[in-house]
Design a protein around this ligand. Structure first.
Ligand code: MG
Length: 260
């Protein structure tokens, strides 16, 4: 069931989204060569505590940390660890969530640690452009499939692969609400967008190889969480929270994140 948000809930969601952007900015600024993902997780927890926000991922289905930190071929749900040091040129994707005043916020960003390679910069640019294409579709009367199709067709036409098993979602009083928002699929299908809906849209991509498409699916590792690319390709994951307004949309996580 899709829950439309009241004006009061929207004002809290807006505040939470901006608080989360500031926290994520702090975490990303610390993502320098040599730091471990466990240290980034600790920093995220400190920043959340200062902001009066609860780490939404911690304990979610048993997840042991406040952030997901996914390095290179890890796409999403990487578990922070004291032996996972960031190295120059790594692509690290940080997914982060908070709960405050009964409402959730969720955002992800991929950045390059230290010196960027051209390939990594292009990967992250394609992920952002795909997210923008999806967001452009958000207005009353459009359907979820229009978002999915805009994202998926952009990604695939640029020679990138897209995660099928994990999807975007509604967000509000729960972190994951209806509707599910896949990053692929035909337009014109799925739930109709209505003012008061809030969604987390989150493409997860990797550069395709010339191997057959049949084996080009993401894989979940034995830890039960970490999702990796099919052939070790570097991955990116970006996520924004979008409100459907009377006339279009508002990006709630709108602060532009600048790193290094
Ligand atoms: Mg999410």
């Amino acid at each position: 069931m899709i829950r439309l948000k009241s004006a009061h809930e929207i004002s809290i969601l807006r505040e939470n989204a901006l608080i989360l952007c500031e926290i994520l900015q702090g975490v990303l600024e610390a993502a320098e060569p040599g730091i471990t993902t466990a240290e980034l997780d600790r920093l995220a927890r400190e920043l959340m505590q200062k902001a009066g926000a609860r780490p939404a991922f911690l304990g979610y289905r048993g997840f042991p940390a406040a952030i997901c930190a996914s390095i290179n071929e890890e796409i999403v749900h990487g578990i922070p660890g004291p032996r996972r040091s960031l190295r120059d040129g790594d692509v690290v994707s940080i997914d982060i969530g908070i709960e405050r005043n009964g409402l959730f916020a969720d955002k992800a960003e991929s950045v390059i640690v230290g010196q960027p390679s051209r390939e990594a910069a292009e990967l992250i640019e394609v992920a952002h452009q795909a997210l923008c294409r999806g967001i452009e579709q958000v207005s009353p009367g459009q359907r979820v499939g229009d978002i999915s199709h805009a994202i998926g067709s952009y990604i695939e036409s640029h020679g990138y692969g897209v995660v099928k098993r994990f999807v975007g979602h509604g967000i509000g009083r729960a972190m994951h609400e209806d509707p599910q928002i896949p990053n692929f699929g035909p337009p014109g299908q799925g739930a109709k967008l209505m003012p008061g809906m809030v969604m987390a849209i989150e493409p997860m991509i990797w550069k395709e190889t010339d191997r057959g498409r049949a084996e080009n699916e993401e894989v979940v590792l034995a830890d039960g969480w970490t999702v990796v690319t099919p052939h070790g390709q570097v991955a990116a994951h970006v996520e924004d929270m979008i409100l459907v307004t009377e006339t279009g949309h508002e990006v709630l996580t709108k602060s532009l994140i600048q790193v290094h």
